[in-house]
Ligand binder design. Structure first.
Ligand SMILES: [Zn+2]
Length: 424
């Protein structure tokens, strides 16, 4: 710590020397002055002007406490470390100091080791400033943030996250979009030619540092020639969360999730005949295999009651859920079952974890789907959506989304000159 300080002081000193040497040469005086101004832009952060101090940056190391960090420096009014600790402890959670977090020490420019301020950086936004300049004062502050609107329209090339990356959008938009369209688009089957448009709000710290997506306003996705608009809307103001509806007021949510996993790869589709990898013979595969890492959470694709939860040599650990008089689903080869027979489960609830118990070559879920007692391919079913809006609600909704829809349409028109989607 002290070594670095010395280095900083030395660097500063040599800069001063350089300036004063140059100023001896009258012809160069003006030039040098300009150069120095350029080299020392005003740096302001945490409400402090860095140029007024010698600033030392470091991170909390194992064993560091506020006391040990302070003990090497000269504190104002000759108070000692113990007195300082007592003064700040009410406002500054000393036990909350975490290894790896950055902190900054601000020293007097002229009096070496005279500490003037200490800043502990909790996260991108929150920090604690201990100001020692006049009276000792502790401030728990937040850096000013701003929200900016952004619109994006792009065509899929490669994966969704690769496309977002190319557009310079946070990768966190991918799971958000996957969430919005969890019922309508299989994101692992998106392909070249698919396109999307999004209006969203991004957060910035002090107008410059990107701090992620604040919220997504409206989205459009074209997948395999179908258009999917999605607008978040609360049908009743007391509703806690938004639901997503399309441009006609139809809910995007359907009775079943597209898949029991968030991230997966279909390793074996539903088919009348396939070569069984363990039994080494041709037989029907009445399920869809989703390969995913061991331990990946498995979700109930719809609300229902657990009908079976147990083990057989073929299925391994498995769960069967009865959703209503028509539909049941089953999830095989789990490493862990997290529900019990007779238990009610909500759509999306985690019922187990991916494994390779039973007849399985690697970790995957075999997802089976029954309609009226017959195993069918859920990916070929037209599955029921949530209840439609009433006429009065729909009228209100359509009026509400007008500006959002218009904006998406114009982004698409600009990006894809003649967007041939069936946008009215
Ligand atoms: Zn299977």
């Amino acid at each position: 710590m002290k070594g670095k300080l010395k280095y900083l002081a030395l660097a500063f000193l040599s800069l001063v020397l350089l300036v004063s040497c140059n100023s001896n040469d009258k012809k160069q005086t003006k030039k040098a002055a300009v150069q120095v101004e350029k080299k020392e832009p005003i740096v302001k952060e945490f409400g402090l002007i860095f140029n007024d101090f010698i600033v030392h940056k470091d991170t909390i190391k194992s064993g560091d406490t506020f006391g040990t960090m302070m003990q090497n420096y000269i504190l104002p009014d000759s108070i000692n470390v113990h007195q300082l600790t007592e003064k700040v402890r009410d406002s500054f959670n000393l036990r909350g100091i975490k290894i790896g977090k950055p902190y900054l020490l601000f020293f007097d420019k002229k009096q070496k080791d005279h500490l003037k301020a200490f800043v502990y950086v909790k996260d991108q936004i929150n920090y604690t400033l201990i100001d020692l300049r006049d009276t000792i004062a502790v401030y728990n502050k937040q850096k000013p943030t701003s929200i900016r609107k952004r619109t994006i329209a792009a065509e899929i090339e490669g994966s969704l996250s690769a496309t977002l990356d190319r557009e310079g959008v946070s990768a966190s938009l991918a799971p958000r979009l996957a969430g919005v369209y969890a019922y309508s688009i299989d994101f692992f089957k998106i392909q070249k030619g698919d396109r999307f448009a999004v209006t969203l709000y991004e957060k910035f710290i002090e107008d410059t540092i990107y701090a992620g997506i604040e919220r997504v306003e409206s989205t459009y996705f074209r997948h395999r020639g179908n258009d999917y608009f999605a607008f978040p809307y609360k049908l009743k103001s007391e509703q806690k969360e938004y639901s997503y509806y399309d441009e006609l007021g139809k809910g995007l949510k359907s009775m079943f999730l597209k898949a029991p996993l968030d991230y997966y790869r279909i390793s074996s589709a539903f088919s009348g005949k396939r070569f069984h990898p363990v039994q080494k013979r041709w037989k029907a595969h009445n399920g869809t295999d989703y390969a995913a890492p061991h331990g990946t959470p498995i979700k109930a694709t719809a609300t229902g009651v657990v009908e079976k939860a147990g083990y057989t040599s073929g299925n391994g650990n498995y769960v069967k859920i009865r959703h209503n008089g028509t539909y049941s689903t089953q999830y095989l080869h789990m490493s862990k079952i997290l529900v019990k027979r007779g238990q009610h489960v909500a759509q999306g609830q985690i019922i187990g974890k991916v494994g390779s118990t039973g007849l399985a070559t690697g970790p995957h879920v075999c997802y089976r789907f029954w309609k009226n007692g017959i195993q069918v391919d859920p990916r070929r079913q037209k599955l029921p959506n949530t209840e439609p809006m009433g006429n009065a609600d729909k009228e209100k909704y359509l009026e509400y989304i007008k500006p959002y829809k218009r904006e998406l349409d114009s982004i698409l028109a600009v990006k894809f000159k003649n967007n041939d989607s069936n946008i009215n």
